[in-house]
Design a protein around this ligand. Structure first.
Ligand code: ADP
Ligand code: MG
Length: 315
């Protein structure tokens, strides 16, 4: 199969939301009046982000999901994506399943694939996602203020526990394993939540590298500190599992793709209403304070000392 047949067969779909989609030297897009274009890129590399034998359908899902998550954290409506693929071979079965996973999630969120690049090489999947947000309304990392509550969506630590299980670092009981592996392989980007938070949150970020690392980015950009209560962090699973690993996964484990956001205390009831409407738990885990850095306390240990705050490719 030629490169062009491959693009035509697996990655060319109707794109009614674009002026011009796949097939020319560039796509042409129109951003609606009064909107800003939000653009973000995330890359998944075999051996770094996933195991080489990972299920291609789930990879297709995750490649797009991690990008949707970034737009969710900005409060933007996802509209278009480009896909850069480096493939060791043109394996039609693999491509069929990968593109099915990719387009299933794309369709769910109304995202159109408008271009990309395809080359031979080590397996690497990179998406650039584009979306729209009303002028001045994007959620940034820089808006947190002392006194604001810190919130997180969903449950934390599941994806990292799932990975620990796959790597043989722990043995999860059946029911916990199922939910942790689902979190790892099929993260659900919190797009609707991001949109709902536009006029509520003072700052937001998606949790891709671990709670403390990503909350740390909010603190840096907002020139503030934080106090977090470990016991309040939603985990949804028995803490009995290997205590140090559990703590590590909850505080520093990556790949959850939940949102962490801040809002003033006056917004609590509005946020609780959003949680109810979306059927998504939103939990207050601490507050923003003056100063810098994050202090984590638990009833059992008092102030917790944390060695690594999250995943860093070059640390
Ligand atoms: P060029 O040589 O100008 O870079 P290509 O031959 O790489 O163009 O790509 C031809 C067309 O196919 C372009 O419109 C490009 O955006 C699109 N394309 C290439 N790879 C992909 C892909 N994996 N998914 C979607 N579109 C793709
Ligand atoms: Mg090209």
């Amino acid at each position: 199969m030629s490169e062009f047949d491959l693009i035509q067969r697996f990655f060319t779909r109707a794109t009614p939301g674009a002026i011009l989609g796949v097939g020319d030297d560039a796509a042409l897009l129109h951003v609606a009046e009064g909107m800003e274009l939000a653009v973000s890129t995330d890359m998944l590399v075999s051996g770094t982000h996933f195991l080489p034998d990972a299920d291609p359908f789930l990879l297709g899902h995750k490649t797009l999901a991690v990008n949707l998550s970034d737009l969710a954290a900005m409060g933007a409506v996802p509209r278009w994506a480009t896909l850069a693929l480096s493939l060791p071979a043109a394996d039609t079965d693999w491509l069929q399943r990968f593109s099915t996973g990719f387009f299933a999630l794309a369709d769910e969120h109304g995202v159109e694939l408008v271009g990309g690049d395809t080359t031979r090489g080590p397996l690497c999947l990179s998406v650039t996602i584009m979306g729209e947000v009303p002028r001045g309304k994007a959620l940034r990392r820089s808006g947190a203020e002392a006194g604001d509550d810190i919130w997180v969506s969903g449950m934390l630590g599941h994806a990292a526990l799932g990975l620990a299980h796959l790597q043989g670092r722990t043995e999860l009981p059946e029911d916990v394993r199922v939910c942790c592996l689902a979190a790892l392989h099929q993260p659900q980007p919190r797009v609707a939540l991001g949109l709902a938070l536009r006029d509520i949150a003072s700052s937001a970020i998606d949790i891709s590298d671990g709670l403390l690392a990503d909350l740390g980015h909010i603190l840096e950009r907002s020139h503030a500190g934080a106090e977090v209560k470990f016991d309040e962090i939603p985990t949804g699973i028995a803490r009995a599992i290997d205590e140090p690993l559990f703590r590590h996964c909850v505080l520093s484990g990556g790949d959850d793709y939940e949102l962490c956001f801040t809002a003033c205390a006056a917004k609590r009831s509005e946020i609780e209403a959003v949680a109810k409407r979306l059927g998504l738990p939103l939990t207050r885990i601490g507050k923003i304070v003056t100063g810098q850095g994050c202090t984590v306390r638990s009833a059992k240990d008092g102030v917790m000392t944390i060695k690594e705050s999250g995943y860093d490719h070059f640390a």
